[in-house]
Design a protein around this ligand. Structure first.
Ligand SMILES: [Fe+2]
Length: 378
């Protein structure tokens, strides 16, 4: 599946500063660059086999060029630089990219086993979860693929404080399909009719959910450390939790491009995501069921204005929104050793349906980002 053409810039927000950085001559003899899609750059070794330590050295020497590519394009996929182990991936991120790990689910930098326990605990409280697990403090093995697709989202989009980039490394591919879908959220904004653009520009995403059980003391302690705040306690002791509403759009920090900021893990949006996925794919990928994680939580995503008043968001608008994102997505079919860096403001992503097999896709989220500091002003 390929995308429709996407404009590289918007008339809204600050103009792009200059053009893309030219490729350094010293890099040319080491890598080949393919840019057949509007938002995905694929980098492969210029000749023969290479390795992740070699890529780390190249990235460190030419970091400005690599990061300019990520910021202007959306996704840089590096293929043919396989890691020896997880440590090679850490070194690429820490020393090559010089990016600082930042994980919204582990802000205290807890060891992996504590992070796993906390996540499992939170899933019990919320009623469901994505079953991802921490391999260490920063690296997370993503949850298993199944017969459903996730809703389109920016990582951590339920809160204004989220990660700026995602880095991903495939240690083992899936048995069948289970690609990662990526879509340009600026191009999606530009495709919208003017009336809808105006609605999204004024709107805030509002997320709230009802806990699966009555809150106990440990629940309250853990919640006090999370972006979720207790909004209301119901008569049966369960709590209505909410994050602070956050703009439905964000100005891309480097280019000013207006980017939509979805986080479709809600029960109400799941119906529309599921219908949209089936409308686009039919039976070409096998049966696509509803996302069990979105159904397992009492989670709601709606729109409000700056004063917290409801903004109408019809079923038809939601369905059209998700159909557009799914239709224009590119599906990254991971190969063993692939590594990618994804701009988590410009790009939305989600896991596609497929057979898990031995799939081992590891993610390190990097650099904190506060979307509230980047509102669309024009
Ligand atoms: Fe995700």
């Amino acid at each position: 599946m390929t995308t429709a053409s996407a404009s590289a810039s918007s008339s809204m927000g600050k103009p792009q500063a200059g053009g893309p950085l030219p490729m350094p001559a010293a890099l040319r003899e080491h890598i080949q660059v393919s840019e057949e899609l509007p938002f995905l750059t694929v980098i492969t070794p210029a000749q023969g086999a290479s390795s992740m330590p070699k890529l780390t050295a190249l990235f460190a020497q030419h970091r400005a060029w690599f990061m300019d590519k990520v910021n202007r394009r959306g996704v840089v996929l590096m293929r043919g630089f396989p890691p020896g182990d997880t440590q090679d991936f850490h070194q690429l991120v820490n020393e090559g990219m010089a990016l600082t790990p930042w994980n919204g689910f582990n802000l205290k930098g807890l060891p992996g086993f504590v992070g796993n326990w906390l996540r499992k605990y939170a899933e019990g409280l919320m009623g469901s979860g994505d079953y991802r697990r921490y391999l260490d403090r920063d690296a997370v093995q993503l949850g298993p693929a199944g017969d459903s697709i996730q809703g389109p989202h920016v990582e951590g989009g339920g809160s204004p404080k989220r990660t700026r980039y995602l880095t991903l490394c495939c240690f083992e591919p899936s048995e069948h399909l289970a690609e990662t879908a990526v879509v340009d959220l600026h191009a999606a904004f530009l495709r919208m009719p003017r009336s809808l653009q105006e609605k999204y520009l004024k709107a805030y995403n509002r997320f709230y959910f009802i806990t699966a059980r009555k809150l106990n003391l440990i629940d309250r302690l853990i919640l006090s450390q999370s972006p979720m705040k207790i909004f209301e306690t119901l008569p049966d002791g369960r709590a209505k939790l909410a994050t602070q509403p956050t703009h439905a759009t964000c100005a891309h920090p480097e280019t000013g491009d207006v980017c939509l900021q979805p986080w479709a893990f809600a029960r109400n949006t799941n119906t529309h995501v599921h219908a949209a996925a089936n409308a686009i794919y039919g039976d070409t990928r096998g049966p696509i069921g509803r996302c069990p994680n979105a159904d397992g939580t009492n989670y709601i995503w709606d729109l409000c204005d700056g004063q917290g008043r409801d903004v109408a968001w019809t079923d038809d608008e939601q369905r059209a929104f998700f159909e557009d994102l799914i239709r224009h997505a590119y599906l990254v079919q991971w190969q063993k050793g692939d590594v990618a860096i994804v701009d988590n403001v410009r790009m939305g992503h989600w896991r596609m349906n497929g057979k898990q097999g031995k799939r081992k896709l590891v993610q390190i989220q990097v650099e904190s980002f506060d979307a509230d500091l980047h509102p669309v002003t024009a």
